[in-house]
Design a protein around this ligand. Sequence first.
Ligand code: GLU
Length: 419
Amino acid sequence: MSEFYDPYSNVVDVMTEAMKIGGMNQYMFDIIKNPQRETKVYLPVEMDDGTVQVFEGYRVQHSNIRGPFKGGIRFHQDCNLNEVKALATWMSLKCAVVNIPYGGAKGGVRVDPNTLSQRELRKLTRRYAFAIEPLIGADMDIPAPDVNTNSQTMAWILDTYSMLKGKPCPGVVTGKPLELGGSKGRNSATGRGVAISTKLILERDGKKLEDVSVAISGMGNVGGNAARILFHRGSKIVALSDVSGGIYCENGLDADEISEFLEQTGKQLNDYQKEGVRHITHEEVLTCKCDVLIPAALENQINADNAEQLQCSYIIEGANGPTSVAADALLEERGIVLVPDIFANSGGVIVSYFEWVQNIQILTWNREQVNKTLEKIMSAAFIEILEESQQSRCSLRMAAYIIALKRLIYAEEIKGIFP
Ligand code: GLU
């Protein structure tokens, strides 16, 4: 039977274990595990046919002890407050582990954006931005793209917010279009960070990107960019999947050609035909024979039901929370090395930080500066994670959590409890 999966209890369970291994103060954990604020908003939208639909939206602000709240906004039909609460917690841990001066937050709207026209989507986004306007701001809480949102979504939020303030406020969101103050390299940053993480863990084991075969589940912003970057660096991409299913080719897929096919035709992977390419299920992509598996879609893809079937040696978590606690234990037993989400997909928020810094200082960085600084920050954080995992004799996930929690707790302790 499938295990019950609750993303928030999942993150709390992992934190609890890390607190134990790291020997940290329990009463501080009682403060840190809970978000500082959870907001739910109801968003009426007049649809193209004249009817009115009311959507639910959320913004959970987990922590701002280390800096302003920071985190993306997702549009998904299954989105709910509990999921957003988990995602906000992961953001606090993510920013802490790579040591950028942000807290954590996340937002979401419960909607399948594919069922809306562009006009309806714009109205919904603006109404959501209006509803959370009192909470956000360049020095308060800075949204960014996440699942099913992009630079266009950020442009609408930015404009709604700026209209209300009566002045341009580019620092209120990151991941916005270049023309509105976005950063070079932000769009591909999460995928680039996943590729950097892959390179770093392989290097630890004396291997190279050119030596490995890779399977990626999810061809959104994270999976798509990771596929292209790893393909350019010589890895053999053997399997890919999107919502329509998966494709497999033992001799390697051309990630450039596939990305172009998806972007230019608006079609999905089940429409992609090429000699030697087999169509397989999403589940088969996860369990196919490969060196590196990159889950880059939603939570709980790797769970107690399929963890025994995986045939990879490494997992690089492109998605947030793709592995359940039960699966984690099974993977560790099987000796599969896992690079945890809070580090592996931190490239997005790291370059968001660069974007925000550029906005505040009113200057621009070139692409090389962005990519180099990203790699520098991730490499430094990775060394710390490796050291912690050796010292505490624990998995990379536990090590990353221990580092992040120690930073959050230290900040909480020196600040003290108000009043
Ligand atoms: N949504 C991305 C994440 O989960 C990026 C967040 C951001 O840039 O603030 O990390």
